[in-house]
Design a protein around this ligand. Structure first.
Ligand code: SF4
Length: 346
């Protein structure tokens, strides 16, 4: 077992993996209605990414598991199964909180063996999901990183990151800090159904704008580009134009991929909302979790052409300090990870 349990008011609702005394809480406020929090004490918090040569980062910190942003396609869904929870509703509504993450991180950053490498956050689940509004783990995490002048990056869909703007600025004064916001499309109707717990795309783009205005360059991970629903030339243009208008320093497109756990949940959603697309999806993803190379290349080319047209990129104003970007999805050519690998990613 990777975690120590907490003493106190443990609940029988907690999966056995958490230990008998893990604290389970619910909050009767509209924001948290229907969500159960499992508070645990992690034994370690800086995790090495297996096969890091294929990733743009080697180390990650993830203070939460599960994500109330509830994106139907979320690739991290399957990781909930290893906790004796399901990859569907449990992933959205049973959130594991590593309540000792800040103190643990400070200790690990101070260890003699730590070399001060870049740490990526938001690479598994969103560290600025709603739970962060209550648990406030990120200020302690950012403070520890700043105090150790440790470079880091954050990827998020959460507007809550603006709460920590001053901390990000003070960290950026002593270390390389990269922030990316994930916006795959700007269509409101699609957003409401496929990313029901997230702030609206336009609000996320406001985050990009605000961070840029305060001296923190911000890129956009345009992910996922959703086949048949978010990938028409008009939709791609609308999205890239909005990203450019927000002052993003870069845009990185990534086509939807459907790994086990996410695939079943997404296809169920598709059957409900767009039944006519079930067959086209089965054909497009017939070979596995990833859309075919030709599709990925087409999306990348279209988005890069639009980015050039709208002036996003190294030559755009404010792009001079572009920093390493994290990904909330692996690169398109990444292989699905075996179970043991995924556990160490969390
Ligand atoms: S895709 Fe990101 S924001 Fe959406 S549920 Fe997954 S971790 Fe949360």
């Amino acid at each position: 077992m990777r975690w120590d349990s907490l003493g106190g008011d443990g609940s029988a609702d907690a999966p056995a993996l958490f230990g008998a005394n893990a604290v389970t809480r619910t909050f009767d406020t509209p924001e948290f209605r229907g969500i159960t929090f499992h508070e645990i004490r992690a034994r370690s918090i800086v995790n090495r990414v297996p096969g890091a040569s294929r990733m743009p980062f080697e180390w990650t910190v993830n203070p939460y598991r599960g994500c109330s942003h509830a994106c139907v396609y979320c690739f991290a869904r399957n990781t909930h199964r290893y906790l004796d929870l399901d990859a569907g509703e449990d992933f959205d509504s049973r959130i594991v909180v590593k309540v000792n993450a800040p103190e643990l991180l400070r200790r690990e950053l101070g260890a003699r063996r730590w070399r001060g490498d870049h740490i990526a956050m938001g690479t598994n689940v969103d560290c600025y999901q709603r739970a962060e509004g209550r648990y406030r783990l990120m200020p302690g995490i950012l403070t520890a990183l700043r105090d150790h002048a440790n470079p880091f990056s954050v990827l998020t869909k959460g507007t809550l990151i603006l709460r920590d703007l001053e901390l990000l600025r003070s960290a950026a004064a002593v270390a390389d800090v990269g922030v990316s916001v994930s916006v795959g499309f700007t269509d409101e109707e699609l957003w409401r159904t496929v990313e029901p717990g997230t702030p609206a795309p336009q609000r996320r783009l406001d985050v990009v704008r605000t961070l840029s205005e305060h001296g923190i360059p911000c890129g956009v991970l345009m992910a996922p580009v959703i086949p048949f629903l978010g990938d028409s030339p008009e939709r791609l243009r609308t999205t890239v134009r909005a990203i450019a208008a927000a002052g993003a320093t870069s845009v990185t497109p990534l086509a939807l991929h459907l790994r086990p756990g996410a695939r079943e949940w997404y296809m169920q959603w598709l059957r409900t909302h767009h039944p006519q697309l079930v067959r086209p999806y089965e054909a497009l993803y017939a070979d596995g979790a990833y859309a075919p190379k030709w599709y990925q290349r087409r999306i990348t080319r279209q988005v890069h052409e639009l980015a050039a047209e709208y002036g996003i990129g190294p030559s755009a104003p404010g792009a001079a300090r572009a920093l390493p970007r994290p990904y909330d999805t692996p690169p398109p050519d990444a292989e699905p990870e075996p179970r043991a690998t995924q556990l160490t990613l969390l």
